[in-house]
Every structure is written in structure tokens, then in C-alpha cells.
Ligand binder design. Structure first.
Ligand SMILES: [Zn+2]
Length: 363
């Protein structure tokens, strides 16, 4: 353990003890009175203890006096109380910055998995020294879960024949897109076979133009989608496109089509309107019946969907978009209710839970 911490804790305890002694003699735990009576004396006696720690020592003494009823108390345990001004907790980089008698210093600590679960505003901390080890208890204020405004959900299926199909029965087909893409592809091949310097220059200009075209299509498409009357927009998770099923769907002719760019545009435009985007697992979205839920690969024949169980018929992409919408809505509701995820052992007898402080061991 760092000597700087031991020295700081010793100085902190001394400051706390001075206030404790004064309070028990004067029979007061009033913070203002204690501050008036002891602040300058403590500062003069322990000049290397920063003012903010003199104040937290006084606060701690006041609370002990209140609990103990002015009994004479000796603060033996080596500890330091930190607040927002005197500590900063960085669980991502496993470091904590603490005010000490040598100024502000940064210390590494051992990372535990529960630190990733309790994230929020780190408001207070207590450093404890036991033998050769230092422990830090950190209080975290967990942000409120997202507010449920409305749950009107729009499912959006992205694909080849149709760039996007929405569960409200709107289709954005890729006919024009494919025609333009085909033209670019044709020109590109022709120029590639020429191979001169001017052809290469031309090729470069062409690819810039093609990229801008794709961007503008994604802009207008995303704008139209987020403008629809809905609170939640559900899309399939794209990272799964590497799997066989979706790989085939997405990486076909429009392989270079930027579905990810479309998603990014939808996400930021939705955020501007206060709408939520939920990404769902694409598993079974094209094979399940959006009316009865029956899943079977045989339900789908190209662009047609016909449920082998209930006989429901629909355009296959529209059926998928409805499934995406239903899954997206339930995902969203789960997020609202279960955040943060609390295991039964952490919940109180009445089902409530209290955020437990983080305990990090300083190395
Ligand atoms: Zn069905």
C-alpha cells in the first residue's frame, strides 16, 4: 500500500479526533458551530491536510457525535471520507484519483465484475486501511431507467428487393437503387478494363459519386422512417449478418449497400425526435408467422409468406417487419422494467433493492 494513503488517513483521523473532542466537551454536533470553532485550529495543527478533507473529517465527527450522544470517542479505525471534490473513480481504466496530503494522486485498483454492473454517478467514497491493504467503498447513484413515453413500435426489415419494409405496410423498394448501382457497376468495369491514368481518375470520381448517391438515399429513407407515428423503431441487429442466413440476404447484389449507414442515420434522427431505436436478434424473424407465432422454414417461399399452421398469407418482408416490431417492443419494455438487472439475492424481502457500494481494493 502507498505510504501517501497511510499518511493521509493518519492526518484525517487526527483532524476528526480534534473535532470529536471539541464536540463532546461543548455538547454540540452542529456542523456550522463545529466548523466555526475548529476549522482554523485544525488547519494550523495539520497544515498538510487539504481543506476539503478537513471539512469531510468535521462532517464525519459531527455524525459520530450525534450517534454517540457526545460520549468521548476515540477514532481508531484508519479511514478517509471522500466526496465529489476529493475523489474521482474511473472503473474503465481501473484507477481512482484521490486527494492526499501530497495533493491529488492517482491509484490503480483491482477490477471486479460487479463494477461493470453498477455504473452511474460516483458520489462518495470511504477509504479504509486494514493492515497492509487499502479498501475503497464507492457510492454510486444509478441513473433512472428510461421513461416509458409510449410503446407504439415500428418494425423495419431491411433487405435486397426492398431496402426497407415497415410494419405499417410501407415498402421502400430497391428498383431505382439497383438500376443506378447497375449503371455504376457497368461503368466501373468498362473503366477498369481500360486501365489508363485518365480512366483511373475517372474511376475515382465515379466511386465518390456513387458513395454520395448511397448517402443521400439513406438520408431520405431514414428521415421518412423516423417521421412515422411511433415511439420505438425496431431493427434487426446487423452484426449477425455474418451468419449464413443473413449473410445471404444482405450480401447479395446490394452487398456494398450501406445498411449500417442507414442504421446510424435512423439512430441519430430518431434520437433527435426523442424516439428509441431497439436492435433485435434476427433469428426466426423471417420464418415465424406474425399472426400465430409458428416457426417453420417452410413458411416462406421467396417473397411470399404462408403459415403452414394457420394459413396466414402475407408479403414475406412485411411479415418479418411485423415480427421485428413485436420483438422490439418486448425488448424495450424489458429494458425499462429490469434496469439495472437485479438478482433475487440482491433484492430486499419486499422486492426492493438498494444499490450496494462498490468495494475496490487498492493495490
Ligand atoms: Zn400462423
Amino acid at each position: 500500500m502507498e505510504d501517501s494513503l497511510l499518511q493521509t488517513a493518519t492526518a484525517f483521523n487526527r483532524a476528526c479526533q480534534m473535532v470529536l473532542d471539541h464536540g463532546s466537551e461543548q455538547k454540540t454536533y452542529n456542523k456550522n458551530k463545529l466548523n466555526r470553532d475548529t476549522y482554523n485550529i485544525v488547519r494550523n495543527a495539520i497544515p498538510n491536510l487539504p481543506s476539503a478533507l478537513v471539512q469531510t473529517a468535521r462532517d464525519q465527527a459531527s455524525e459520530i457525535l450525534k450517534r454517540a450522544g457526545f460520549k468521548k470517542i476515540e477514532k481508531k479505525r484508519l479511514s478517509i471520507r471522500y466526496d465529489k471534490r476529493t475523489f474521482k473513480f474511473y472503473p474503465e481504466s481501473n484507477r481512482v484519483s484521490l486527494t492526499t496530503v501530497f495533493g491529488r494522486l492517482s491509484f490503480p485498483f483491482k477490477h471486479y465484475a460487479y463494477m461493470d454492473r453498477w455504473k452511474g454517478e460516483y458520489t462518495n467514497a470511504q477509504l479504509l486501511i486494514r493492515g497492509e491493504k487499502a479498501f475503497l467503498n464507492v457510492q454510486v447513484k444509478i441513473p433512472d431507467p428510461p421513461q416509458i413515453k409510449g410503446t407504439e413500435t415500428l418494425g423495419v426489415d431491411r433487405g435486397i428487393t426492398n431496402i426497407a419494409v415497415c410494419s405499417d405496410n410501407t415498402f421502400y423498394n430497391s428498383k431505382h437503387l439497383r438500376a443506378v448501382k447497375g449503371k455504376y457497376q457497368h461503368n466501373r468495369r468498362a473503366l477498369q478494363s481500360v486501365g489508363t491514368r485518365s480512366a483511373k481518375r475517372h474511376l475515382k470520381r465515379l466511386s465518390g459519386r456513387e458513395r454520395r448517391f448511397a448517402r443521400s438515399v439513406n438520408h431520405s429513407l431514414s428521415k421518412a422512417v423516423v417521421a412515422k407515428p411511433c415511439d420505438i423503431i425496431a431493427l434487426e441487429k446487423l452484426s449477425i449478418t455474418k451468419s449464413k442466413k443473413n449473410g445471404k440476404r444482405f450480401n447479395h447484389k446490394l452487398g456494398s449497400w450501406s445498411f449500417r449507414e442507414l442504421q446510424t442515420f435512423i439512430e441519430y434522427k430518431a434520437a433527435e425526435l426523442g424516439k428509441t431505436v431497439v436492435l433485435v436478434n434476427p433469428r426466426h424473424t423471417s420464418q415465424a408467422c406474425s399472426r400465430c407465432g409458428y416457426v417453420n422454414r417452410g413458411n416462406r417461399h421467396g417473397s411470399k409468406f404462408k403459415c403452414l399452421s394457420c394459413g396466414f398469407e402475407l408479403n414475406a418482408d412485411l411479415n418479418a417487419s411485423r415480427n421485428i416490431g413485436v420483438i422490439g417492443k418486448s425488448e424495450y419494455l424489458r429494458l425499462c422494467i429490469n434496469q439495472p438487472i437485479v438478482t433475487p439475492s440482491e433484492a430486499g424481502a419486499d422486492g426492493s433493492y438498494k444499490p450496494t457500494p462498490l468495494g475496490g481494493q487498492l493495490t
